[in-house]
Design a protein around this ligand. Structure first.
Ligand SMILES: [Zn+2]
Length: 244
């Protein structure tokens, strides 16, 4: 039997009375836990709540079995529906990437700080979500340099990007004859990309259109796909994008 801290990312009903919990744990990365008979108990389990779990380890590679839990910290209330959607997107992102148990604590800290940070925000939480992506990519060893042209390798304002998330500056794009593979970046998106590392100081001054949101999502997802050789589909990010 083990004790471990974890935050519940998602919950699925299982059989008549049980639940399956997808949890990001403090020191074992993502784990799945079966809570047998839990739907008949009076103690509800909530998403985005951090618990201390008492678990039986899986026999082989499989599900941990829940013995008991106690609530530690609650990250389940947000100032607006769009901010709730941003919490969902962060949780889904952390459930999909590969995290090794030895790096688990770093990712766990990043996610809980993210959820805590967005809690009071009324709007624009997607900006903090993109900052989360930026930080996660760096932790994963695929850091994205948003102010560097991938063609001339100089520090330049991004002007356009392609289907692999490569960024190009205006000068380089003008020199190319095959420039139709690039999608231009809007003025608002350029501003977001420039300010992203310290975007929390600029939440009030950015007014995103749906097209800006689509563009930045696309840039990050394309970059991820080409560097991880795997597509990242985030349903909750599509939901979040509809608030813009
Ligand atoms: Zn360039």
């Amino acid at each position: 039997m083990i004790k471990c801290m974890g935050i519940v990312l998602s919950i699925f009903p299982y059989s008549e009375s049980s639940l399956i919990l997808k949890v990001l744990s403090w020191d074992r990365a993502q784990i799945s836990i079966i809570a047998k008979g839990w739907r008949k108990k009076h103690q509800p389990i909530l998403r985005f709540v951090e618990y201390e779990f008492t678990l039986y380890e899986p026999k082989e590679e499989g599900l941990y079995l829940l013995k008991e839990l106690s609530q530690s910290k609650d990250y389940s209330s947000y100032a607006s529906t769009s901010t709730w959607a941003a919490a969902e997107a962060g949780a889904e992102l952390c459930s999909k990437i590969i995290i090794s148990p030895s790096d688990s604590k770093q990712y766990y800290t990043l996610l809980t700080q993210y959820l805590e940070y967005i809690t009071p925000l009324q709007e624009n939480a997607i900006l903090i979500f993109w900052r989360l992506m930026l930080r996660l990519f760096t932790m994963m060893g695929i850091g994205i340099r948003l102010q560097r042209c991938d063609s001339c390798c100089m520090t330049r304002e991004p002007f356009a990007y392609d289907a692999s998330g490569e960024i190009i500056c205006q000068d380089c794009l003008q020199k190319l004859s095959w420039s139709d593979r690039y999608t231009p970046i809007s003025p608002t998106s350029k501003k977001v990309l420039r300010l992203l590392p310290e975007i929390a100081n600029h939440l009030e001054d950015i007014h995103l259109l749906r097209s800006d949101v689509a563009e930045i999502n696309q840039l990050f997802l394309s970059y991820y796909a080409s560097h991880q050789k795997q597509t990242l589909k985030l349903k909750s990010l599509s939901v979040l994008s509809q608030f813009y």
